[in-house]
Design a protein around this ligand. Structure first.
Ligand code: ADP
Length: 430
């Protein structure tokens, strides 16, 4: 079927159609009333009065309840406009509703229908949208013809922060007049809110973590300048504590900087060929003193020959330092930490497991362990010089390497932290 895309023939102007219709009505009314007067069924004065009434009414232009719908039904061009408006609303990515000047629904897209299933075309939106915030802004927009915006919380089916914007839209009508419609657009602000909350929490936590050792340092400085000025024994002890607190602050700052560096490059996979066996040996060598201090033996179960993956040496050193150090600190009572490296069959991956035989971790803590600043026992972590950022850093580094971190623990029987890396693709790999 051929479609004529050329300019459409000019349609009869609306006012001319109106005039034709009025003349016809006036003509029919005149003839009928004349006949009634001729047959003496009606007085001439009454007939004249009725005639003028009918003529007056017939001259009132046919106007539908709203400008946009009158335009839709008046001729092909207007129909096209209506269809175009509906198509535009339908294509809007966010829930969008077009209302007429009294707040009746003219068009709505599928997203809006899903958000507010009670919304129906040709019905007042105020009856379908129950939230008091929405009703208030809608009423204000209709009364003032000014744009309105509100943020409110949707509780069903899940809690969501929504923003509603109501924009008045001026629509030109016949005879050079204008009418108003309202465009309602809903935006889901939940991800933005969550990110803001997380940022605020993070700043609050980081400040709190820094303030604690700082307060201890200031306290000891005051004591050393005052009452303990000449107490050599106390001075030695206080300086030891001050050193530990300063080290904790430095560690916290290091961890924060490492986290932000890893986050910045989160989407860039490291490509260097690194030997996991060498990295594990280097970490274990560095932790020998701590292991001795805690009376823990480190059992190494990995091959002599190199095992290569695509990675970043510095970041992988941080991963295994954190995991093995945690095993030595929190699992010291088990007397042993096993570090093993094995190749998984399905899926084919390289797994490094750090297992301790200490008190383990209660199941309710497991899902939250990699959250920043989360600890099962804040006091214990601080006493061990912990920052609560170690496992969060581990998780970020591992996912940047395309790997995953699995935490398993039976409360009272130790914990196992397994890092799984994808194998190196190149033929010169392992
Ligand atoms: P921290 O700096 O406090 O060690 P991490 O992020 O490394 O921070 O660890 C978070 C918390 O997880 C620790 O405070 C501790 O409560 C718990 N945890 C980590 N590893 C172990 C482990 N091997 N055994 C028991 N608890 C652990």
């Amino acid at each position: 079927m051929a479609v004529d895309a050329s300019t459409p023939p000019p349609s009869t102007p609306y006012w001319l159609k109106q005039l034709r219709r009025s003349s016809l009505v006036v003509l029919v009314a005149g003839v009928s009333l004349g006949m009634l007067v001729a047959m003496h069924d009606l007085k001439l004065s009454s007939a004249i009065l009725v005639f003028f009434c009918i003529a007056g009414v017939s001259l009132v232009p046919l106007q539908s309840r709203d400008g946009v719908r009158a335009r839709e039904t008046n001729g092909g061009e207007r129909l096209t406009e209506g269809v175009a408006v509906r198509a535009v609303i339908g294509a809007m990515p966010e829930p969008t509703v077009l209302l007429d000047r009294v707040g009746r629904v003219l068009h709505l897209n599928a997203q809006a229908a899903q958000l507010a299933p009670a919304l129906r075309r040709n019905e007042l939106a105020l009856f379908a949208l129950r939230s008091p915030e929405i009703i208030t802004v809608l009423r204000d927009a209709i009364a003032t013809l000014q744009p309105q915006r509100v943020t409110y919380v949707e509780r069903v089916p899940v809690e969501r922060w929504m923003e509603l914007v109501v924009m008045p839209v001026v629509v030109p009508t016949e005879f050079g007049g204008s009418d108003n419609c309202f465009l309602m657009t809903f935006r889901d602000q939940t991800p933005l809110r969550r990110a803001e909350e997380m940022r605020a929490d993070f700043v609050a936590n980081a400040s709190h973590e820094l303030r604690t050792p700082l307060a201890a340092l200031s306290g000891f400085i005051d004591t050393l300048q005052g009452p303990a000025r000449d107490d050599v024994k106390a001075r030695e002890r206080f300086l030891g504590i001050m050193h530990a607190q300063a080290t904790r602050m430095a560690r916290l700052i290091d961890d924060l900087l490492s986290l932000s560096r890893v986050e910045l490059s989160a989407h860039v996979r490291p490509e260097a060929r690194v030997d996991l066996v060498a990295i594990l040996r280097q970490v274990i060598d560095g932790l020998e003193v701590l292991a001795e201090e805690r009376g823990v033996a480190i059992d190494m179960q990995f091959p002599q020959e190199p095992v290569y993956i695509a990675g970043d040496t510095e970041e992988l050193l941080r991963v295994f330092e954190n995991l093995i150090e945690n095993g030595l600190k929190y699992g010291a009572s088990g007397g042993k930490v096993t570090v093993s490296l094995a190749r998984g069959e399905s899926p084919a991956e390289i797994r490094v497991a750090v297992r301790d035989y200490g008190p383990g971790i209660a199941p309710e803590h497991l899902p939250r362990l990699t959250e920043r600043f989360y600890r099962t026992d804040v006091g214990d972590s601080r006493a061990q010089g912990g920052t609560g950022l170690g496992l969060s850093l581990v998780k970020h580094i591992v996912s940047r390497h395309g790997g995953r971190l699995v935490i398993e623990s039976v409360f009272g029987k130790g914990a196992t932290f397994t890092v799984c890396f994808p194998p190196m693709v190149s033929s010169s790999g392992v």
